[in-house]
Design a protein around this ligand. Structure first.
Ligand code: BDR
Ligand code: CA
Length: 316
């Protein structure tokens, strides 16, 4: 049976492609999309989720608008742009579909209560909606199947630092935008897998010439979308991995053997200053801070298989 997932996101070019990948995978059943402030204000991210689902003809999947600001801060401006439309200037048509009547936080609560222990939440955005759902309805926490999040950077390799996406020298964007929300979710006790920048932003996530030709030859709008996204980031001096960061969460939900994880105690820095939003992994063999939550942290991904899976779903 297909695994039920809910995607909490801020599209964003890579969030949009994560939605496409999830919808097209027979291993997954996407029950809802909830949107939040992050890469762009929540009105834009919600509209982009609707546009994405219209592009692939799945307007039956509910999309809800969520939190417009982080829990206790004002939203920062993203130093990395996803283009004027937030979708790598794909300029998809204005959506005709309506947003779900529920607020995203309530749709998360309702979805978890309707399918206890069955839903995996893929969070590819600041954790504001998730944390608010946990604060509003803490009874859902033990009912969440698992959360897989694109979140943090854990000092496992040079990519954690080279490709830091937040606006402090060592932070990841989704945590940096709303560190208090990340702190709540990290400490919640819900089963949590974090795919940090160490694994989500490898330069070896690249498309071959054959992949580019296959995208070129395809008439699928989602293939055109990915091709334009790669062109967009390359033209600005970035590598292709930027277009598919959030897709790694979908890859892991589809195939748990794609990414290796290890348990580590880790926490979020919520104080202003140089380290705001930094995620600290206690990797010591002695005196470990065991009061920090024990989290499942991604340490390695099979990028070749991930790219094959991604390409096969985009072209399918
Ligand atoms: C995260 O930042 C956003 O720009 C991407 O969509 C991704 O979720 C990576 O740090
Ligand atoms: Ca995102």
């Amino acid at each position: 049976m297909a695994k039920k997932i809910l995607i909490d996101c801020d599209p964003g070019m890579d969030d949009s492609l994560a939605i496409v990948m999830a919808v097209k995978s027979p291993a997954l059943s996407l029950v809802a999309v909830t949107c939040v402030n992050g890469n762009y204000p929540v009105d834009v991210t919600s509209k982009n989720a609707l546009k994405t689902l219209e592009m692939i003809g799945r307007t039956d999947i509910p999309v809800a608008r969520g939190m417009a600001q982080p829990m206790v801060r004002r939203s920062p401006k993203d130093p990395f742009t996803h283009g004027a439309d937030g979708q790598a200037e794909n300029n998809l048509p204005e959506p005709k579909t309506q947003l779900n009547a529920l607020h995203a936080v309530d749709l998360i609560v309702e979805t978890i209560k309707c399918h206890p222990h069955e839903v995996t939440i893929l969070c590819t955005a600041p954790m504001t909606n998730l944390a608010m759902a946990m604060v509003k309805a803490p009874e859902i926490i033990p009912l969440i199947g698992r959360i897989i999040a694109i979140s943090g950077m854990f000092g496992l390799n040079e990519y954690a630092f080279l490709n830091a996406t937040g606006d402090t020298p060592q932070s990841e964007w989704n945590v940096y935008v709303d560190p208090e929300a990340a702190d709540i979710v990290y400490r919640s006790g819900a089963p949590l897998t974090l795919i940090g920048l160490d694994v989500a932003t490898h330069f070896c996530v690249n498309f071959t010439d054959a992949d580019m030709r296959a995208l070129e030859a395809s008439e699928k709008p989602e293939a055109r979308f990915l091709k334009q996204a790669i062109r967009f980031v390359n033209a600005r001096g970035f590598e292709a991995y930027c277009t598919v960061i959030d897709c790694l969460a979908v890859g892991l939900a589809i195939d748990p053997t794609l990414i290796d994880t290890k348990p580590y105690h880790a926490g979020v820095e919520t104080k202003d200053g140089l380290t705001l939003g930094m995620t600290i992994r206690d990797g010591r063999h002695h005196h470990v801070w065991t009061d920090l939550p024990l989290l499942d942290i991604a340490v390695w991904a099979d990028y070749e298989r991930f790219l094959k899976l991604l390409m096969s779903l985009i072209l399918a």
